[in-house]
Design a protein. Structure first.
Length: 134
């Protein structure tokens, strides 16, 4: 993946999220999206953005990547592992942290579903309040 590809992908998914928000549909973007790129492409129409930072210790990350037959370069590239939390703080985004070191994929999925539903309920309540004010 190149930096250009990452930025174009970020721009495209933010556009989709904006279109979905107009239809009152939430959008979940899964994967690594750098907060700096998000900031670069956010417009006034972009819905509120929240991140969920999945944290894992280095040894478990390496084990899981080897099981997936990841390249040596990917396994050794730990920049995002250590800097993403810092980048989120610098970009001033709200985020939830979840340590997934000892969690199964099913446990992680269950947490994410609850997190999304909880956030959706908050947004529904906020939208009802805003509609009453109009």
């Amino acid at each position: 993946f190149t930096e250009t590809w990452a930025k174009e992908t970020t721009k495209r998914v933010l556009k989709i999220a904006t279109e979905n928000a107009k239809k009152e549909i939430s959008t979940v973007i899964i994967g690594l999206i750098k907060p700096q790129s998000v900031k670069q492409f956010v417009t006034q129409e972009t819905p509120p953005i929240k991140f969920c930072l999945l944290q894992i210790n280095v040894k478990e990350r390496e084990k899981r990547l080897k099981e997936r037959r990841a390249s040596k370069e990917l396994i050794e590239d730990t920049e995002e592992l250590f800097k993403l939390g810092q980048w989120l703080k610098e970009a001033k985004y709200r985020y939830t942290k979840l340590n997934v070191t000892y969690s199964s994929p099913k446990e992680i999925a269950n947490f994410l579903i609850k997190w999304i539903k909880r956030d959706s309920k908050y947004n529904e309540k906020r939208n009802r309040i805003n509609k009453r004010k109009k």
